[in-house]
Design a protein around this ligand. Structure first.
Ligand code: NAD
Length: 258
């Protein structure tokens, strides 16, 4: 399939094979996109290079270091990407982090520092990378980020990350308003729970998986591939009329009352 043929997509947030960002990469590649990756730590960079060599032998993706908590790192990453290509068609932000002590117990105990850290890494980072990428994002391009139901409801233990996701979803709407006149779209996917490294940090994550299995209309959890495919749709021209939107890929779990 060639839905994304000729498009260059920057994917931020692959930590390992289980990352949602990796599933996005597989979907986008399957649909013909050329991929650029960013990674945070040297260890993640090594893992990513190995993954790409194993799983994407037909292409040599450009791989760039980018710590979204460091403005200089963001600037350098997008300058480097700009030396490699003059055009990005898709930017996928699949990044979040909060202190482990803030993902359990009472939300009311969240420290100022923990609140700031979660918001800086998980919400402000979308604003910062959108700004840095803007010169490369041309008419018809698309930014996609990853959210979760904890933005809308008080999910046990998700705590400060839920508040950061609410900020992220709001940022999607403001960015969509800013960038829409340039023909750049900005959307979020609200993904159902998926076992990944980040999810391991949330206490009681298995209970959340069971609740979705029991109560969602589809009576199962979603797969990373399903989230990857929906992201590819949002990057593609099939979604040209959609911006400022949060699309739930959660088996319908958010629609049921009990
Ligand atoms: P993951 O751990 O595989 O990915 C998180 C990524 O964030 C990692 O690659 C990590 O390196 C990156 N990151 C953290 N701090 C960073 C920094 N300072 N600079 C650059 N990168 C940084 O986990 P995942 O579940 O694939 O998470 C991806 C996104 O999906 C996150 O936004 C997460 O909140 C969201 N999400 C996950 C689930 C789930 O159940 N797994 C559900 C809904 C939404």
């Amino acid at each position: 399939m060639t839905l994304l043929a000729g498009k260059t997509v920057v994917i931020m947030g692959v930590a390992n094979r289980r990352s949602i960002a990796w599933a996005v990469a597989e979907s986008a590649r399957r649909l013909g996109a050329h991929l650029i990756f960013t990674y945070r730590s040297e260890r993640a960079g090594e893992q990513l290079r190995k993954l790409c060599a194993d799983a994407l032998p037909d292409m040599e993706p450009h791989i760039v270091q980018c710590d979204v908590n460091d403005d200089v790192s963001i600037e350098q990453a997008f300058s480097e990407i700009g030396r490699y290509t003059d055009r990005i068609d898709g930017l996928v932000h699949s990044i979040a982090h909060a202190r482990v002590e803030d993902l359990q117990g009472e939300f009311v105990q969240t420290s100022r520092d923990g609140f700031w850290f979660a918001h800086s890494t998980s919400a402000y980072s979308l604003v910062a990378v959108s700004r840095a990428a803007r010169p490369l994002l041309k008419e018809g391009s698309s930014i996609v980020t990853m959210s979760y139901l904890g933005a809308e409801r008080a999910v046990p233990n998700y705590n400060v990350m839920g508040v950061a996701k609410a900020a992220l979803e709001s940022a999607v709407r403001y960015l969509a308003a800013d960038l829409g006149p340039l023909g750049i779209r900005v959307n979020a996917i609200s993904a159902g729970p998926i076992r990944t490294l980040a999810a391991k940090g949330v206490r009681g994550f298995n209970d959340v998986l069971h609740a979705v299995e029991e109560r969602s209309p589809l009576k199962r959890n979603v797969t990373a591939k399903e989230v990857g495919d929906a992201t590819a749709f949002l990057v593609s021209d099939l979604s040209k009329g959609i911006t400022g939107e949060v699309i739930h890929v959660d088996g319908g779990y958010h629609t049921v009352g009990f």
